[in-house]
Design a protein around this ligand. Structure first.
Ligand code: GLU
Length: 453
């Protein structure tokens, strides 16, 4: 029996990490949020305290930081920082996206790797957690510049990845085109197809049908599961979405199929309000716009469809039934959370990773808003990536219907596992704690079985 009680132990680990990683605010935010959910688990499993499981769990297994130099179209020599965090490999090869965005740094990579570890565990599939990327801004870059950057990035990354080692995918700024350039370079260096090695590939060389839609579709299925559980329905509901990328259009498309209507989209410069809903050919337009992430602006949607555009404002001021942040971390701050509560929004389903600040999240939950946490709600993307790995290894492709029905079932299982975990610890319908607990349970079992690492 442990001499330390669960709460003291958690506090001591948080304090240690605050000292070790004092300059990593996003990582600390994620660690505090997750560890605060695990107190009941430690009470049931005091043996985890005896083996210092939490400190071991919060330390990434490996962190790569490397130089990516390349030459732009004007002949100028450019340098960026590349990252790959292999956070936890206890339940399978590291798996997670690559993000190309100017704000990428060690803290953001680590928080994303940590969240990914729990998310991937929640999918029920055998994938560990990792994340990577570069502080490279794809906006305004030519196709050749993107190609050269991807090649230079892969010239280092290839040393660290492989089908049974670490399987990267896309994230912000990395779509099918970038995955193509990255995989092309990987294959040339390795001289092997290596079962695909990356996911999010094009359909002609091992990609999975519905992978581009998967994150957004999964979020919509998860919202559907939440509302059904609450004896409510998506039919006729209005939805505020932020962002206008791949996740956002996936949400729009599936919401339309499930009878709900997305009425807002946003970019860094403001948001649009489309009272008739982002439906039909408007979604096709959005798909095209999101591919142009170097130049695309949500303002073009307002111009094309003659809908109002609100500069420098966020969609959280609109009265809707459901809010789905689908852009970037810390998109919903305390004043936005107050707007959401004042507008009577009952559900917030997180499509982006950590879209709510710690304070905003606390405000939403204490005011009765039911929050579907990102690591559960947006797990459909990585789940279909794992289905892509399976298809590559059996050298067969499943139909869109097969992938969609597997995705729907996976999302339902994630919802039920999160709910059951919360309920089994007397936490009611607290899906935030439930998802943390359910994700952690599998990893903690695997860590206990595999020794002291
Ligand atoms: N970047 C996505 C995520 O946050 C997908 C990762 C993957 O498919 O490996 O889950």
């Amino acid at each position: 029996m442990s001499s330390q009680n669960a709460q003291e132990y958690i506090q001591s680990i948080v304090e240690k990490i605050k000292i070790k990683d004092y300059d990593e605010p996003e990582f600390l935010q994620a660690v505090e949020e997750v560890l605060s959910s695990l107190e009941p688990v430690l009470k049931r499993h005091p043996e985890f305290i005896d083996v210092n499981l939490l400190e071991r769990f919060c330390e990434p297994e490996r962190q790569m930081l490397f130089k990516v130099s390349w030459i732009d179209d004007a002949g100028k020599y450019r340098v960026n920082r590349g990252y790959r965090i292999q956070f936890n490999g206890n339940i399978g090869p590291y798996k997670g996206g690559l993000r190309f965005h100017p704000n990428v740094n060690q803290s953001i990579m680590k928080f994303l790797g940590f969240e990914q570890t729990l998310k991937n565990s929640l999918t029920g599939l055998s994938i560990g957690g990792g994340k990577g990327g570069a502080d490279f801004n794809p906006k305004g870059k030519s196709d050749r510049e993107i190609n050269r950057f991807c090649e230079s990035f892969m010239l280092e990354l290839y040393k660290h990845i492989g089908k049974d080692v670490d399987v990267p995918a896309g994230d912000m700024g990395v779509g099918e085109r970038e995955i193509g350039y990255l995989f092309g370079m990987y294959r040339r260096i390795k001289g092997s197809f290596d079962n695909g090695a990356l996911t999010g590939k094009g359909l002609s060389y091992g990609g999975s049908l519905l992978r581009p839609e998967a994150t957004g579709y999964g979020v919509a299925y998860f919202a559907d599961d939440i509302l059904n559980y609450c004896k409510d329905s998506l039919e006729g509901k209005t939805v505020a979405v932020s962002g206008f990328g791949q996740v956002a259009w996936g949400v729009c498309k599936k919401m339309e199929q499930l009878g709900a209507k997305v009425v807002t989209l946003s970019g860094p410069e403001g948001y649009i309000y489309d009272k008739d809903g982002v439906i039909g050919e408007k979604v096709d337009y959005l798909v095209e716009l999101s591919k142009e992430h170097r130049v695309g602006r949500i303002l073009s949607y307002a111009d094309k469809y003659k809908v109002p555009f609100y500069p420098s404002r966020k969609p959280w001021e609109v009265k809707v039934d459901i809010a789905i942040p689908s852009a970037i971390e810390n998109d919903i701050l305390i004043e936005d959370a107050k707007n959401i509560v004042n507008n009577g929004v009952k559900y917030v389903v997180e499509a982006a990773n950590m879209p709510c600040s710690y304070e905003a999240l606390a405000y939403l939950t204490s005011n009765g808003v039911l929050v579907g946490p990102a690591k559960a709600a947006n797990a459909g993307g990585v789940a279909v990536s794992a289905l892509e790995m399976s298809q590559n290894s059996i050298r067969l492709s499943w139909t869109a219907e097969e992938v969609d029905s597997k995705l729907k079932q996976i999302m339902k299982d994630i919802f039920l596992n999160s709910l059951n975990a919360a309920q089994s610890y007397g936490l009611g319908v607290n899906l935030i704690a439930g998802a943390n607990i359910a994700g952690f349970e599998k990893i903690s079992n695997a860590m206990m079985a595999q020794g002291y690492y």
